[in-house]
Design a protein around this ligand. Structure first.
Ligand code: 3SL
Length: 228
């Protein structure tokens, strides 16, 4: 495990998590398994919890929320813990939960993530794209590139000094090509297309904004992220 692991699921899990914490949510607790989520959240007071579940892009029946960041308004989430399970994003977070520091990143909070890494200077950082069921995703790779690019811009380091593998250089190149049209990139992405078929146009627009939230979701105990 690296000293710092950053999970990225731009569409939409980590965008939703950043939004919940920025809107005053108490914490976000992640699960890969829906039954486990129901069981753990059962012990939480009803008025202080929300269950969010997504499978294949759609809301899990019976849950309070799906995985749209636009549903996470202060009126809905303030003071509450979001118990959430999604197809890929919450699984990625679980896979890295033993790292010393675990954070969640998306384009909307990219600046806060870069600031944190520059402040803490961890020896090794993994940026873990959630992808889709084990495969590559354009939007998570571009976001990884945006984080690396932000670090390069704010330091005198060269790309060879920060890149631990070829994927980092590839991610930076992808971001540089699309940084002024991230929404356009999402329209080419397979998961972007899936969400468009589900009529989530506004979610794509929201998630394509850069540096709009100064919030850093950071793991406080395994699987539980709070505002840094
Ligand atoms: O896979 C995930 O974790 C989700 O973010 C997918 S969706 O955008 O909610 O469909």
């Amino acid at each position: 495990m690296p000293e710092c692991a950053i999970a990225v699921d731009v569409l939409r899990a980590t965008s939703t998590m950043a939004t919940v914490l920025a809107a005053g949510g108490e914490a976000v607790q992640v699960f890969s398994d829906l039954d486990k989520l129901i069981q753990v959240s059962e012990s939480w007071p009803l008025e202080k919890r929300l269950r969010a579940g997504e499978r294949g892009g759609a809301k899990v029946p019976g849950f309070d929320l799906g995985n749209s960041p636009l549903d996470c308004t202060p009126e809905t989430v303030k003071g509450k813990r979001l118990f959430i399970s999604t197809t890929n994003g919450t699984r990625a977070l679980q896979r890295i939960q033993n790292a010393q520091t675990v954070i969640a990143a998306a384009f909307i909070n990219r600046g806060a993530v870069v600031k944190f890494v520059l402040e803490k200077q961890p020896e090794t950082v993994w940026i873990v794209g959630s992808g889709w069921e084990g495969s590559f995703s354009l939007e998570d790779t571009a976001c990884a590139g945006a984080i690396a690019h932000g670090i390069l811009q704010k330091t005198n380091l060269s790309v060879d000094e920060i890149a631990g593998n070829d994927e980092v250089i590839n991610a930076i190149a992808l971001y540089c090509q699309w940084q002024d049209n991230l929404l356009g990139l999402f329209h080419h992405a397979s998961h972007g297309k899936r969400l468009l078929r589900l009529e989530c146009h506004e979610d794509l627009k929201y998630c394509s904004q850069s540096d709009t939230l100064d919030v850093l979701p950071i793991q406080k105990e395994p699987g539980v992220l709070k505002k840094y």
